[in-house]
Ligand binder design. Structure first.
Ligand SMILES: [Mg+2]
Length: 181
């Protein structure tokens, strides 16, 4: 079995959503970035936790996962966000740009159909803050088919926590790929 993909979301995972009072976790540092196609005079402010780069690299260096960005930042994840966390240039899934007003237009995460096609029958651990019950059902059905799948869902106002990555490492370590490595 191939090492599972590690699909990484950004908004609500690496960039926490502000609380109702506009505050963000004290662990996070402010950056102004200019996504592709946007005017330099109109940057986007993001908040990132420098510890996340190190924690993610600890997982990536195990060689037990194949990391891929899976985010509406698309290529900007690779060129803008990753470098701010001292991450190497990771590949990204080139998600479509549907005209939607909710992240769950069909009751499940809008990315999922594209991810499902992209993955095929590849095993995957997917970190995203925005799964619904239907996404968890999708993951359970993949596991029933023998395609190892784990969804990890940080709280969007807190984002990624060290225990989420411990969960990832623990899960991948008990897969047949890890035992054969
Ligand atoms: Mg998100």
């Amino acid at each position: 079995m191939r090492p599972p993909y590690l699909l990484l979301d950004i908004d609500g995972v690496l960039i926490p959503f502000p609380d109702t009072d506009g505050s963000t976790p004290a662990t996070h540092t402010r950056h102004d970035v200019v996504p592709a196609g946007r005017s330099a005079a109109n940057p986007v402010t993001v908040w990132l936790n420098p510890d996340h780069g190190r924690l993610l690299m600890d997982v990536i260096r195990t060689g037990l996962v194949t990391p891929v960005w899976c985010t509406s930042w698309r290529q900007d994840a690779t060129t803008l966000i990753g470098p701010l966390l001292d991450l190497p240039a990771l590949p990204y899934i080139d998600l479509p740009r549907p005209q939607i007003t909710t992240s769950h237009p069909n009751g499940y995460l809008w990315k999922r159909d594209h991810v499902d096609a992209w993955l095929g029958d590849a095993p995957a651990v997917w970190i995203d803050d925005d799964f619904t019950t239907l996404d968890h059902t999708w993951a359970a059905e993949r596991n029933v088919k023998g395609t190892a799948t784990l969804l990890v869902q940080p709280a969007p106002h807190l984002g990624l926590q060290p225990e989420h990555l411990i969960e990832v490492t623990t899960w991948v370590s008990q897969l047949p790929t890890a035992r054969a490595a």
